[in-house]
Ligand binder design. Structure first.
Ligand SMILES: [Zn+2]
Ligand SMILES: [Zn+2]
Length: 211
């Protein structure tokens, strides 16, 4: 048995093509496209009642603690648990219906970079429950109803924080990124025992210091 194993981005058997594409997003635009595609898929899979056509997307490079956030208008008297009458709320707010119902899902670039893709998709499901509540009730919080919904879609109840550094694994010949890991793990420690799928060359690992 050979000691060296091949490593390529397609090697993760557990994830859907959508999640794999998302994991390798390299630009803000790819992050938005990938996250939106994932949310569409997850809304069906987890039965989350959201109208994604009313959601705008942005990438934040400034947010420091929150992995993502839903920005939305504050609607007086809206309460989780009480379905909102949108036309009446728009009249009271002297706003157009579409403006009032729209919210923005703000994605934190540094969080995406520091998360395993599974943590990122869980973050997106958390935010989608906020969107679901907002679209239904005109507001959202982290109360008991949120907790129940978050658990049912396998997402954390609190907004996921982020901090961890990352390791990037590249082909030592051509520089192609062949993997990313977000914790020190066997692959990070023994990266020189792996060979890249592109060139069959040694896999190099850049740690958090050299980033
Ligand atoms: Zn939250
Ligand atoms: Zn290569």
């Amino acid at each position: 048995m050979s000691k060296s194993r091949r490593l390529s981005p397609e090697d993760d058997p557990d994830t859907s093509p959508t999640v794999r594409a998302l994991a390798y997003a390299g630009t803000h635009e790819e992050l938005i496209l990938g996250s939106r595609a994932y949310c569409r898929e997850a809304a069906r899979e987890y039965d989350i009642d959201v109208d994604l056509s009313l959601v705008e997307w942005e990438v934040s490079t400034r947010a420091k603690r929150r992995a993502a956030a839903v920005k939305r208008p504050r609607i007086p008297e809206a309460e989780v648990g009480e379905p909102i009458e949108w036309p009446a709320a728009a009249r009271r707010a002297r706003s157009s219906l579409s403006n009032l119902r729209e919210c923005t899902l703000s994605l934190t670039w540094a969080a995406f970079e520091s998360f395993e893709v599974g943590e990122w998709t869980s973050t997106l499901r958390h935010e989608m429950i906020h969107v679901e509540q907002f679209q239904r009730y005109g507001t959202t919080d982290h109360g008991p109803a949120f907790k129940e919904r978050a658990e049912s879609v396998d997402a954390s109840v609190r907004c996921p924080p982020f901090a961890d550094p990352k390791y990037v694994l590249t082909c030592s010949d051509c520089g192609t990124v062949v993997g990313r890991r977000y914790r020190e793990c066997k692959l990070v420690r023994q990266h020189d025992q792996y060979r890249s799928s592109c060139c069959g060359a040694v896999v190099a690992c850049s740690g958090p210091e050299s980033d």
